[in-house]
Design a protein around this ligand. Structure first.
Ligand SMILES: Cc1ncc(C[n+]2csc(CCOP(=O)(O)OP(=O)(O)O)c2C)c(N)n1
Length: 328
């Protein structure tokens, strides 16, 4: 594990990153509870990806850059600026939900305020849309960088190759991401792609690709920093593949014990990046265990408060069914 100080981030920034990571986990645990008691219809979980997603977002300028995420990016969209209440409003399907005013499934994030572009359930369609957003910055002579993510299975869709090809030709200021948790629902990577890494595909499109250990905060952050600096300097796109573990079932609608071996399931807690990150914070003297416990307590309270507030908000009315879908 690379030392946190090698990231070049300040102590305050590292502690901020840790708060986003832990919020991602605690809120996701709440969302699972809400599905289990029938208060939310669905959850798709980013448990296992939190450290990598926050390291990724820290490399961007969230005031002006654009983000086209996918459904497993809850921790990332919160590190980008969405609040825990914003997320809960989506899970409860409330009118005030900034992602879609309760029209979309949960976990389909969007926020006009934060330049987070809403996405479709058809996997990877955000990739070609991201080329359009990035091309817009070239045509408009603006210096924002665009980030788009997808999973390792979805990265095999045809439009992903079209998007990367176009981005390579136009040298778009765009960072493509494959979040590689080695599963696409119940299909493992050996049935998904024959190349050694996903990152090496970038070479075919004329730009660089990097594979990183997504559980290593500093390694992941530095790879994204390189990609963002490269894009902002007008040198074109990059593809980053981060390796993580999917700690939960694909979603609240399946049971991974049906398709993952007993041994693999038993070993999963060892791959949890959060205890490892906490150990690192303590060892490298960023926080003490007592301070971590205090942060955790505050986060759990914030999740409780946001849950109560979001649940009380209004549902969309039947008469408003056709509103908020298309621009006026
Ligand atoms: C075009 C399309 N095909 C199939 C699906 C159904 N589907 C939803 S998620 C998913 C698996 C995606 O796996 P991966 O890209 O590895 O991402 P992960 O869920 O593991 O993060 C599939 C097949 C879909 N939504 N869109």
């Amino acid at each position: 594990m690379k030392k946190l100080s090698k990231s070049g981030l300040s102590k305050e920034e590292i502690i901020e990153a840790f708060k986003h990571i832990l919020m991602g986990r605690r809120l996701d645990e709440r969302l699972w509870q809400l599905t289990r008691i029938g208060k939310s219809g669905f959850n798709i979980s980013g448990q296992g990806a939190e450290v990598a997603q926050v390291a990724m977002v820290m490399a961007f300028d969230t005031e002006k850059d654009y983000f086209l995420p996918y459904y497993r990016d809850m921790t990332a969209v919160m590190a980008w600026g969405m609040s825990e209440k914003n997320i809960l409003l989506g899970s409860f399907g409330k009118e005030e939900d900034p992602s879609s005013h309760g029209r979309q499934m949960p976990n389909h994030y969007g926020s006009k305020e934060h330049n987070i572009v809403s996405h479709s359930s058809t996997v990877s369609t955000q990739y070609p849309l991201a080329t359009g957003v990035a091309y817009g910055s070239l045509l408009g002579k603006e210096d924002y960088v665009t980030l788009t993510t997808t999973g390792d299975g979805s990265a095999n869709q045809g439009e992903v190759q079209e998007a990367m090809n176009f981005a390579g030709v136009k040298k778009l200021p765009l960072v493509f991401v494959a979040e590689n948790n080695k599963w696409a629902i119940s299909v493992g990577t050996d049935e998904q792609y024959a190349n050694k890494t996903m990152a090496q595909r970038a070479e075919a499109y004329g730009f660089g690709g990097i594979r990183v250990d997504g559980n290593d905060f500093t390694e992941t952050y530095l790879a994204f920093k390189k990609a963002v600096d490269h894009a902002r300097a007008g040198k074109g796109p990059m593809l980053i593949e981060f390796m993580i573990e999917r700690l939960t079932s694909h979603s609240s609608d399946d049971d991974q014990s049906v398709y993952r071996s007993k041994e693999e399931m038993e070993a999963l807690p060892e791959s949890d990046p959060i205890p490892k990150f906490q150990e690192q914070l303590i060892k490298e003297k960023y926080l003490t265990q007592e301070e971590i416990d205090e942060i955790d307590k505050e986060i759990k309270e914030a999740v409780n408060n946001a849950t109560d507030e979001a649940e009380k908000m209004d549902d969309p009315t039947p008469e408003s069914l056709y509103e908020q879908v298309y621009a006026e």
